[in-house]
Ligand binder design. Structure first.
Ligand code: C2E
Ligand code: MG
Ligand code: MG
Ligand code: MG
Length: 294
């Protein structure tokens, strides 16, 4: 069925497309409502030192508690939140909530160095003209030590407009917060640019860690990233460490930190408190942290 729109213009009425458009619209308004009614929650995934198995920090990962029985994962709503600009408000909420919670953990579980919190920043958020001021405001409001906050940006963000990116990263560094490149190796990054970015940490994407199961070629890829990082004096966190074999290989390759289901899935804050209480700061035996929680 075609609908006449005007002189010579037709739009094909497609019930599937119509469904999609309506679905998207209602998702957008539901997301706005969810923000107002505080239906978003944060789960946290431990980041572990491969040297001694101690938790050195956590990554905050947002979920939408749509109803009592429904927990919606970010792959279901981050893209729409990004397209509609809702991510700007959601992102600031995530940062504030994560910093507040981390301040409590730092007080309850003093560590040297102090526990860190990683927060994901979307491209749209990073591009806000007042992004740095927004971060500064949250730091002031929550009183968190800036050097215990790690903002995770993806390569696609960091490579978009190099000059602007370097400028923002420099200002963030001046605030004292750390910057990590997330999902490293999956974007269109030019390795040559990396050295000109003021950043502290690379997170090796879990697709590369998965390659470790394939033997020598997988090891070479991760090894190459490790060498690059060492030359640039950047810390490395491996994502998606799922098995003891991954952990052993990563250690052999000189990786210092990892995050993944082997240690713990992302869990509710109360579970993190339990893990931090159960595990002394250093020298603790290494192994899965949340066997019963995962
Ligand atoms: P990410 O930042 O790369 O986060 C890591 C994702 O990998 C998380 O998925 C985590 O649950 C998953 N993961 C961790 N360890 C393992 C493992 O061993 N194996 C496997 N297969 N997966 C593992 P999640 O929580 O579904 O988040 C997906 C993505 O959504 C995140 O990827 C991030 O890009 C985005 N995201 C999450 N929270 C936020 C947020 O607050 N703001 C923004 N802008 N993006 C967010
Ligand atoms: Mg991340
Ligand atoms: Mg990641
Ligand atoms: Mg990833």
């Amino acid at each position: 069925r075609a609908k006449v729109l005007g002189k010579g213009r037709y739009e094909i009425y497609d019930p599937v497309m119509h469904e999609l458009a309506v679905g998207r619209l209602s998702l957008e308004s539901r997301l706005r409502q969810a923000l107002h009614e505080e239906e978003f929650v944060l789960h946290y995934q431990p980041i572990v030192s491969l040297e001694d198995g101690a938790i050195v920090g956590v990554e905050a990962l947002v979920r939408w508690r749509r109803s009592e029985s429904e927990l919606v994962y970010p792959d279901q709503f981050i893209a729409v939140a990004e397209e509609t600009g809702i991510i700007v408000f959601l992102g600031i909420w995530v940062l504030r909530e994560a910093c507040r919670t981390m301040v409590r953990w730092q007080q309850e579980f003093p560590r040297d160095p102090a526990l860190t919190v990683a927060v994901n920043v979307s491209a749209r958020q990073f591009a806000q003209h007042d992004f740095v001021e927004q971060v500064a405001r949250v730091l002031a409001e929550t009183g968190i030590r800036p050097d215990t906050v790690k903002l995770e940006i993806t390569e696609s963000v960091s490579m978009m407009d190099t000059e602007y990116t370097v400028e923002v990263l420099t200002q963030l560094q001046r605030l004292g917060v750390c910057v990590s490149i997330d999902d490293f190796g999956t974007g269109y990054s030019s390795l040559a640019y990396l050295h000109s970015f003021p950043m502290d940490t690379l997170k090796i994407d879990r697709s590369f860690v998965a390659q470790l199961d394939r033997g020598e070629q997988g090891r070479q890829i991760v090894g190459t990233i490790m060498n690059l990082a060492r030359d640039l004096r950047i810390r490395v966190i491996a994502e998606g460490a799922e098995t003891s074999r991954h952990v052993e290989e990563l250690k052999t390759l000189g990786c210092d930190f990892a995050q993944g289901y082997y240690f713990s899935r992302p869990v509710e804050p109360a579970v993190i408190s339990g893990l931090l209480a159960a595990r002394p700061a250093a020298g603790s035996a290494q192994g899965p942290l949340d066997r019963e929680a995962g």
